[in-house]
Design a protein around this ligand. Structure first.
Ligand SMILES: Nc1ncnc2c1ncn2[C@@H]1O[C@H](COP(=O)(O)OP(=O)(O)OP(=O)(O)O)[C@@H](O)[C@H]1O
Ligand SMILES: [Mg+2]
Length: 380
């Protein structure tokens, strides 16, 4: 990529969802040349870039041909043709995150095996081929059964607390890991450029919706000790270095009751646990991702203000053209920032947007976050 000016670099992004949409918002500030590939002609990024192509992200030939026009290719979703990206990389295109890393992360089995081989702390697990196999590992209960591939947003995750739950086990290749009785779920988003410069965003804590396995509330900074915080940064940097990855990596972690940190899983891209950085940090995760893949200086991740984030999910029981209820009430609240993703159709629990809330204390953030959650509704 021997170009002098970053605006001359043609960047192709696989995926045109909300993450791509917010990446475009950042790219605009630097006049970056972004093109998008997505299977949905009505994707959140449609009409936002001149070069928006409709096509399947897992179609090797299509992705390979599409990729020809760029200098640099990146992703906003992992479910893409790695074979095509490898061919493009072999022909001299820059592909960040590297295809080998996307391949590793596409399969939770490979991911967990990588942690074990690289001495990255993670919960104990066994690889399983089918439901019978899961049932043969009663010593792992209470456990969590995960599909190797194609699970996302909690859809490939099954709690197997007791033997009676074994009937729910996935009858496909996956893994069974020990249930972690965690104190908190934490996340660290870390960036790394070609020069090896790295920086972590402040640790955040997440609370998941008990049934949907989706992030319900996020708080930044996490309410943890200084020692735990440092441990989390060391771990996140260790993972991105061991992967030798260029780009942005979200590291989902469990803080155990004993004070240990275990890696749950990682995502080699911008992540739901970094959305608040748009308002709350000196550099947003979207800008940081662009800085990392373009080998630009990694920005300061300093928190400007404590923040909370609430995902705006389609209300249960409503499917159809989305209508937003309670917008004005939320917009009247100080430090409340609504982000809608431009999705025409709502369905139960679909991610339709998010809301970032800034305030001086975690206590007031909690109050406001609840209020937002109760007020803002997506119906049809
Ligand atoms: N070993 C475990 N012990 C306890 N809870 C777990 C374990 N593994 C997963 N969970 C819970 O299930 C959630 C979803 O699991 P995981 O992150 O592996 O799945 P996912 O489908 O990739 O989710 P997402 O796409 O939302 O990140 C975790 O955030 C955590 O709350
Ligand atoms: Mg997860």
């Amino acid at each position: 990529m021997p170009k002098e000016d970053i605006t001359d670099i043609k960047i192709g992004v696989l995926g045109g969802g909300q993450l791509g949409r917010m990446m475009i918002q950042s790219a605009i500030d630097y006049n970056l040349d972004i093109s998008i590939l997505d299977p949905d002609e009505n994707a959140p990024c449609a009409h936002l870039v001149k070069n928006f192509t409709v096509g399947k992200l897992t179609d090797e030939e299509l992705v390979y041909q599409w990729g020809q026009q760029f200098d640099l290719i990146t992703i906003e979703i992992e479910n893409v043709s790695v074979a095509a990206l490898k061919r493009l990389q072999d022909e001299g295109k820059k592909v960040y995150p590297q295809p080998e890393i996307i391949e590793l992360i596409q399969d939770k089995r490979k991911q967990k095996t990588f942690y074990k081989a690289n001495r990255i702390p993670t919960s104990d697990f066994v690889l399983t081929e089918n439901a019978k196999d899961v049932a043969a590992h009663k010593e792992m209960l209470p456990g969590v059964n995960k599909l190797g591939t194609e699970g996302y947003d909690g859809r490939g995750v099954q709690m197997i607390r007791t033997e009676a739950d074994l009937e729910k086990a996935f009858d496909k290749p996956g893994l069974l890991e020990k249930l972690v009785d965690f104190e908190k779920e934490l996340s660290v988003v870390v960036a790394r450029n070609e020069k090896g410069e790295m920086n972590c965003f402040p640790v955040v804590e997440l609370s998941y919706h008990p049934e949907q396995n989706l992030v319900e509330f996020l708080f930044a900074p996490a309410q943890i000790s200084e020692k735990t915080e440092q441990k989390a940064y060391t771990l996140a940097k260790d993972v991105i270095e061991k992967l030798d990855m260029v780009g942005l990596l979200a590291v989902e972690m469990f803080l155990t009751k004993e004070g240990d940190i275990l890696v749950n899983e990682v995502a080699p891209r911008t992540h739901n646990s970094g959305h608040h950085t748009i308002e709350a940090n000196l550099t947003s995760q979207f800008e940081q991702h662009l800085r990392a893949i373009l080998n630009l200086p990694i920005g300061s991740t300093e928190l400007v203000t404590p923040a909370a984030m609430v995902n705006l999910l389609g209300e249960d029981g409503f499917t159809g053209n989305a209508r937003y209820e309670g917008m004005e009430t939320c917009m009247a609240m100080k430090g409340v920032y609504v982000h809608l993703y431009g999705k025409k159709l709502t369905k139960p629990f679909r991610k339709m947007g998010h809301v970032t809330i800034t305030d001086d204390s975690i206590e007031s953030l909690k109050v406001k976050a609840r209020k937002v959650k109760e007020t803002l509704k997506v119906k049809a």
